[in-house]
Design a protein around this ligand. Structure first.
Ligand code: FES
Length: 644
């Protein structure tokens, strides 16, 4: 999919442009307006609606990467909907097609359109973004620091060169030719006084006056879906602002594989994805500096932690090899890049530190998490788990650190779940099933679907009641064990061989359909949790650690922080250990990025941990497939019901 066809993005609230005056067509370009935002864009005929939406800043959900198979990008075309594509007819109900719904990824624009975008089809602002990093104290000694200087004036008795004079005060510093070109004039214009900005022993900039109290850095958790940035004062270590955004790369597909495919299939794919990430970072920096009331050129350093694909794309390194056997990453050690070369609007001399990586799918965010959790400092076995489309697992057993990733699939993010959605307004995020069903919905909205946490809750409670058996089958009413409450029995609907369980009846739901847990959803959950469970099992075997001996399970990342521990354990996603040994540690990647930003020792520590951690490639482990097959079966019981 090329972005070339879309030419101009106009926001309803933006300044008038000549193109806004000319109606629905400009030459061959066609106007598409998205509601309720009111944003319009002019595109060439044949441009796919999904692409037009992206250009208008309307980010639609695309878990299948625009292949027309997930149905999550559906929008309603007001007035004259075009003939539906085969994919739209295949995925949407006849009623939806009749009402004008179409799949945005399979609908070309051939005439002016007004498009109604349902909330559940967008990544909207109510997406749950985990910004909290649970905090940590650190001795502030950033790599970038400032020193006030005052040099003796040159004289016939002291005719030393300018650089010699500066080095006599600042030590054995490196100075780039670019800065050398400015240095002599600066010193003379400022009476041989000023502030030196240093990164290690490298002179980054010279500033007039005493600016030793002004200097900021940004720590970024660059996730595939969400991006969180935090602004820090590099002198005091104080946090001065937090900003987050949806990663606009979701327009190219929800998961890293879709984005890698985009790079492989499009000549300008890497550049487009990189530009999209840079634009997002610039927006976040803008937000942060305005929160703190500072200028962007006071930001001297950016530290960034993301998965291997996100990091490589930001660096402009082709991620294609991450998408094919033998899954090779471009680098292991941390990368230092120039912010201005990347197009980041901060101080021209600022550097961007990109975290070291352990393996193709165990990236910088995991290294940052290991740093934050101090995983090498526990004297008992500790398991670090970050669950998303990939489950990253690190086992610390004394000095031994083992790390792996397992393809959990997108079920936990609501994708491939029949009525699944991300954790946005309208998503059922919590389910409690006892005598009847209680649900909690995000935002002040009727339920429109269920997100990953609700999927786990529902499956766990239905296992406890006996409505789901350990093979994952939802039992029809006539096969239920004795004692199931009448209210629950009445929620079972059986058609053919398949039974589904109604979580919210149609009259309570946002659309005209009841929200259900479908048999296929349980299968997807078994695949996702089985992959993580098998990954954990292989790691424990490698280290010779019994599950009982696990002292702590540290749950990191957004999903881990919203799940109910007892339910995650009931479905087998987490080991059978007491709930008080399972801890949430917040956004560990963000905390790791902060630590490295504020302390050069932490930077060295990150490098040491990357080197110390052994990468386990599960695809090469002969026992993984067997373990995976076994892990698809739900545990028959749970050890206790801990408080979540
Ligand atoms: S169906 Fe359109 S993105 Fe999946």
């Amino acid at each position: 999919m090329s972005m070339e066809n879309a030419h101009l993005c106009l926001d309803a609230g933006c300044a008038i442009n000549a193109r806004t005056l000319g109606g629905d067509m400009h030459g061959h370009e066609i106007k598409v307006t998205f509601q309720p935002s009111g944003r319009s864009v002019y595109v060439l005929p044949g441009t796919v609606l999904l692409e037009a939406a992206g250009r208008a800043g309307v980010i639609l959900q695309t878990p299948c990467g625009g292949k027309g198979t997930c149905g999550k990008c559906r929008v309603r075309l007001v007035d004259t909907p075009p003939v539906p594509s085969a994919a739209s007819v295949g995925i949407l109900s006849p009623k939806q097609v009749e009402e004008g719904y179409r799949l945005a990824c399979c609908t070309p624009v051939d005439a002016p359109l007004v498009v109604d975008v349902p909330a559940e089809s967008t990544f909207e602002s109510q997406q749950q973004i985990l910004t909290d990093d649970s905090g940590a104290d650190v001795e502030v000694s950033p790599l970038v620091h400032k020193r006030r200087f005052e040099l003796p004036l040159p004289s016939s008795e002291d005719p030393r060169a300018d650089l010699v004079r500066l080095r006599a005060i600042l030590g054995d510093i490196d100075v780039s030719p670019e800065l050398m070109r400015l240095m002599s004039a600066f010193l003379r214009a400022n009476e041989w006084k000023g502030t030196a900005v240093l990164s290690n022993n490298h002179l980054v900039a010279l500033e007039a006056g005493d600016t030793t109290d002004d200097g900021y850095g940004v720590a970024v958790d660059l996730g595939s879906t969400t991006v969180v940035g935090k602004l820090f004062d590099l002198v005091s270590g104080r946090e001065c602002g937090v900003a987050s955004a949806i990663n606009p790369q979701v327009t190219f597909g929800d998961d890293v594989i879709s984005r890698i495919m985009h790079v492989r299939e499009n000549d300008d794919g890497l550049a487009a994805l990189q530009a999209s990430a840079v634009e997002c970072l610039n927006t976040i920096v803008d937000d942060l500096v305005s929160q703190a009331g500072i200028r962007a050129d006071e930001v001297y350093e950016i530290v960034l932690a993301g998965n291997s694909t996100m990091q490589q794309i930001l660096c402009g390194y082709d991620p294609s090899a991450l998408g094919e056997v033998p899954f090779v990453q471009a680098f292991e050690q941390a990368q230092i890049l120039s912010a201005s070369d990347l197009g980041l609007k901060v101080n021209d001399a600022a550097e961007v530190y990109v975290f070291p990586q352990i393996g193709s799918f165990v990236g910088g965010d995991t290294v940052a998490g290991i740093v934050a959790a101090r995983l090498d400092r526990w004297d008992k076995p500790v398991l670090f788990v970050d669950i998303g489309t990939n489950g990253e697992i690190v086992l610390a057993n004394g000095d031994q650190l083992l790390a792996t990733s397992t393809a959990a699939g997108p079920a936990f993010e609501g994708a491939r779940i029949r009525q699944g959605m991300r954790a946005t307004a309208g998503a059922i995020e919590k389910v409690i099933i006892r005598e009847d069903v209680d649900i909690n919905v995000i935002g002040d909205a009727p339920p429109a679907g269920l997100c990953g946490t609700a999927l786990i809750d529902a499956a766990a409670d239905l296992l406890r009641t006996g409505i789901i058996d350990e093979t994952g089958r939802i039992l029809p009413a006539d096969e239920l064990p004795a004692g199931i409450p009448e209210a629950l029995q009445s929620r079972l609907i059986t058609e053919g061989n398949e039974t589904r369980f109604v979580l919210a009846p149609a009259e309570d739901a946002a659309g005209d359909e009841a929200i259900c847990l479908w048999q296929k959803d349980v299968r997807e959950l078994q695949l996702a949790s089985g992959a993580v469970r098998a990954g954990i099992q292989i790691m424990l075997q490698r280290a010779g650690v019994e599950p009982d001996a696990i002292h702590r399970v540290l749950l990191a990342g957004a999903f881990g922080n919203f799940i109910r521990r007892s339910n995650a354990r009931r479905i087998g996603l987490l080991p059978q250990i007491p709930g008080d040994r399972i801890r949430f540690i917040g956004n560990a990647a963000s905390l790791g990025a902060k630590l490295v930003l504020l302390s050069d020792r932490e930077r060295a520590y990150a490098a040491q941990l990357q080197e110390q951690t052994e990468h386990i490639d599960l695809s090469l482990d002969p026992e993984f497939q067997m373990a995976f097959g076994m892990a698809m079966i739900f545990p028959t019981s749970d050890i206790d019901a801990c408080e979540d």
